[in-house]
Ligand binder design. Structure first.
Ligand code: SF4
Ligand code: SF4
Length: 120
């Protein structure tokens, strides 16, 4: 999924004009993508003269850090609201199961999508 690095965007508006589904707007002096309506066509990425439109993969580290921080927060909250420090470990195990399930879903989805190539 594309995203726009505001630090590199110079507000030229080219991507706003070229997005085929009109899902990029100028906001607070930088372009912003409405991900709900984006069809992942890649036009904005290819057309930006400032290379401000980036790929999802560039946020991998950030997203991992966010997952870890979220897990730590849930662990603290479980211990606090259930009144027992042992709840931290139970919560941690639940989050590990959650991300394991996410991995299985991603791998199976990828396998099915690879097979779709043969139908095109
Ligand atoms: S084309 Fe690039 S620099 Fe121009 S508004 Fe879009 S993101 Fe910003
Ligand atoms: S990927 Fe395509 S649909 Fe999505 S914001 Fe960019 S130009 Fe618009």
């Amino acid at each position: 999924m594309p995203w726009i690095n505001g630090e590199d965007c110079d507000c030229c508006g080219i991507c706003v004009d070229e997005c085929p589904v009109d899902k990029i707007v100028m906001k607070d002096e930088e372009a912003e993508i409405n991900m709900d309506g984006c069809i992942r066509c890649g036009v904005c990425h290819d057309i930006c003269p400032q290379d401000a439109v980036r790929h999802d993969g560039e946020k991998t580290t950030e997203r991992i850090d966010s997952n870890v921080e979220t897990t730590k927060r849930y662990m603290e909250l479980c211990a606090k609201y259930l009144g027992d420090e042992k709840e931290k470990l139970k919560c941690l195990n639940r989050m590990i199961k959650h991300f394991t399930n996410q991995k299985i879903i991603a791998e199976k989805t990828r396998g099915i999508l690879e097979k779709l190539k043969k139908e095109i």
